[in-house]
Design a binder for this molecule. Structure first.
Ligand code: 3H9
Length: 677
């Protein structure tokens, strides 16, 4: 940003109503110059005796969407935000916030110091700071309970979900709904009508509602909030509002806000906010590259993956043709899709008629030829190069010119697949994560010959269907699974040396992962990728598979499972491990939790460094996005590469060396500079 103060706040007059207008694209964030402009223009409006009421509104797509997150952690500039807000609240003339788009975070806090709020029906109001590891630090936790009550304030602050304007009106957060296209005029009329009422400072209103709601929220969300600090800090502030005078509550909120702001969790969550948006950008490609139309999608394979992938498109109203080899498999696949939608409808996520219209968008077929009119074809058959090459060879003859041909492979060489067609420029990987209708990650695998517009279209399509898409280069396992491999290998070695599956898993769960390596293996299927020869036993996993311990589906894997899939440690697995240990001549020893971290998590950072060196990921933050959205890495640790910076790259490199790993040159470089990625 230049040093010159941008003219981001202006004032107009309509008779005795002053209209203060913020214009700071793209989201009217409260950058230093906006705070300065607000101060200047409110002071002017207050000093002007001809002004009897004030409207605050925004130009562009939205009302103020919050503090300027990019200013966080930098030296403060411009006037103190709370001081500006206190001045607005203390105005002796009624102040009206006119809201469209989203009033979020500091934006809603600004609206809360205004004495009245008018909003268009499509507007949304919320305090999403918790999603950035923060809390509303400009009075939001103290003013909201005075406007919407303790329960709603506790819910809004701790969950961070925005409320649509009509609901906000019911809650008392919005006083009046404006016409969708006449906010500016309606707000002026509304303000004029408030002149007789005078100001209504929020701080002078009473907190109301039952404080018991706070404990109920904690109980209901215990699992979701495991490891997170911010939801609890938000609730502590709302609770403080119920017993402290306003100014003391404000001081408490400030103190809690600063604690979060200085902590690593919020730094990690803010990193991910920007990382997610950055991931959508493809280096070296113009932003305005012309995309190909994707109006009809073809899916090959109606298994769990194919069906799940298709659901994403149906939900966006995009017709899909799905092809299977056998009628029975096709029927079974479509049956699963219907069952999933019916289950969602039962939970109220869809109306029954929506389910019907989505199912109506499907064209099932047993012939690849049925894909001839599709703009994007995604192959989701099992992982076998010969099979995939055969399919792509056939598709080459069937697909219309310009159609994008994608493989959902999770490991295989996309260049080799592309070479089986006469149009490798149209081929790439679109690697969805299971369950594909739920998991947000999409790895878009760019082949050596993938055309730029094909890549850009696949990324945009990912966004359209609600995924977070990340570009990956061709290598075994791309970004996510490639980094998973060293972790799994080392976890097995640790068993041999004396750790138990439960110990390794607990370290990962305590770290914040949804499950550890062995729990994951049991869930996914221990037999995935197994050579299927029960007489060839070369690893602990081979031994488990040979005995039919294929994981949860067999009620036996690295753990034993009861009928309800509750795990318990398995004496049989302990025996298998012991046999192996003896055969390998390895002596059993005590393994510390720290060693598990060093040998299973640090190697992931090392692999991430190699991926970066080889240019298989565009940037370190893309790797973080992959692990957050594809594997449940705790967002408050910011992804493996961000976490490496917190943990210390020097410490990581030294520990890897100690354990006999070859340290990636890039990691060595970072370690020498004591720098993060
Ligand atoms: C806060 O308010 C703290 C306070 O309590 C008190 C402090 C004392 N700042 O998402 P999009 C950028 S914390 C800076 O793609 P959409 C974004 O990076 C804040 N930049 O658009 C992107 O840049 P680029 C509480 C921001 O239409 C561009 O704007 N508020 C900010 O899909 C477009 O963003 C929030 O947490 C920001 N606050 O969605 C709201 N917001 O084009 C965060 C966005 O270079 N924002 N940018 O990649 C959002 O949720 C969405 O951006 C929003 C628009 C819904 C507003």
């Amino acid at each position: 940003m230049s040093d010159e103060t941008p003219n981001s706040v202006t004032m107009q007059k309509d008779g005795e109503v002053a209209v203060i207008i913020v214009n700071n694209p793209p989201v009217n964030a409260l950058s230093w110059h906006v705070r300065e402009g607000l101060k200047t223009h409110f002071e002017a409006a207050l000093a002007d005796d001809g002004v009897k009421a004030i409207v605050l509104r925004c130009d562009g797509a939205t009302f103020i969407a919050g503090a300027d997150i990019s200013e966080f952690g930098k030296p403060p500039r411009g006037p103190d935000f709370n001081a500006v807000l206190n001045m607005i609240e203390a105005a002796p003339k009624p102040v009206v916030a006119a809201i469209h788009g989203t009033a979020l975070g500091g934006g809603l806090e600004t609206a809360l110091v205004c004495h009245y709020r008018i909003a268009v029906p499509s507007a949304k109001l919320g305090v999403p700071e918790v999603k950035l590891g923060l809390l509303p630090g400009a009075g939001g936790t103290q003013r909201l309970p005075r406007v919407v009550g303790v329960e709603a304030a506790a819910t809004m602050t701790s969950l961070g979900d925005p409320v649509p304007a009509p609901k906000a009106k019911e809650m008392g957060l919005v006083d009046e709904l404006a016409g969708e296209d006449s906010l500016a005029a309606d707000a002026i009329a509304f303000a004029r009508a408030r002149i007789a009422d005078g100001p209504r400072p929020t701080r002078e209103r009473e907190v109301f509602g039952d404080v018991a709601a706070i404990e109920q929220l904690k109980t209901a969300n215990a699992k979701r909030w495991r490891g997170f600090e911010a939801p609890y800090a938000n609730l502590a502030c709302v609770e403080a509002a119920t017993r402290l005078p306003f100014d003391e509550g404000l001081a408490f909120e400030r103190q809690e806000f600063m604690k979060l702001m200085m902590g690593s969790q919020s730094a990690a969550q803010r990193h991910i906010f920007f990382a997610e948006r950055q991931a959508a950008k493809i280096d070296g490609l113009p932003k305005d590259i012309k995309l190909r139309d994707v109006k009809k999608v073809g899916i090959i394979g109606a298994g769990t993956m194919g069906g799940g992938i298709m659901m994403n498109f149906l939900q966006k109203g995009i017709p899909c043709t799905i092809v299977e080899m056998q009628q029975e498999a096709l029927d079974r696949g479509l049956g699963v899709v219907r069952k999933n939608y019916d289950a969602s409808a039962a939970k109220g996520r869809f109306k029954p008629e929506q389910v019907e219209s989505m199912m109506g968008l499907i064209t099932p077929s047993l012939e690849l030829e049925a894909l001839a009119d599709c703009d994007l074809i995604i192959e989701a058959v099992y992982e076998n190069m010969d099979v995939k090459k055969e399919i792509f060879g056939k598709l080459d003859k069937i697909a219309k010119p310009g159609a994008i041909l994608a493989s959902n492979t999770s490991y295989l060489d996309v260049n080799e697949i592309a070479a089986s067609t006469s149009r490798p420029g149209d081929v790439l990987g679109m690697h969805f994560f299971s369950p594909a209708n739920v998991m947000k990650l999409l790895e878009v695998v760019r082949g050596d010959k993938t055309a730029d517009d094909v890549l850009a279209t696949a990324m945009a399509t990912g966004k359209k269907i609600g995924k977070v898409a990340v570009v990956a280069g061709v290598c075994h396992g791309f970004i996510g699974n490639r980094m998973l491999a060293p972790r799994q290998i080392e976890a097995q070695k640790l068993l041999l040396e004396g750790a138990t599956p439960a110990q390794v898993d607990k370290v990962h769960v305590d770290f914040g992962m949804p499950m550890g390596p062995f729990q994951m293996s049991d869930l996914a299927g221990v037999d995935i990728g197994w050579h299927r020869d029960p007489n060839r036993i070369e690893s602990i996993r081979d031994a488990l598979c040979a005995e039919g311990r294929w994981g949860q589906k067999k009620q036996a894997g690295f753990y034993d499972y009861d009928d309800k899939r509750n795990p318990s440690e398995s004496p049989r697995v302990a025996e298998i491990i012991e046999e192996f240990r003896q055969k390998a001549g390895v002596e059993k020893r005590e393994i510390s939790d720290q060693e598990i971290v060093e040998r299973t998590l640090y190697p992931m950072v090392n692999e991430g460094a190699l991926i970066l060196e080889e240019g298989k990921a565009q940037r370190a933050s893309d790797i973080d996005v992959v692990w957050i959205y594809g594997y449940g890495w705790p967002v408050y640790r910011g992804g493996p590469m961000f976490w490496a910076g917190l943990e210390g790259t020097d410490k990581i490199a030294a520990a890897l060396e100690k354990h006999g790993f070859e340290v990636a040159p890039l990691l060595k470089e970072k370690a020498a500079a004591k720098a993060g990625f």
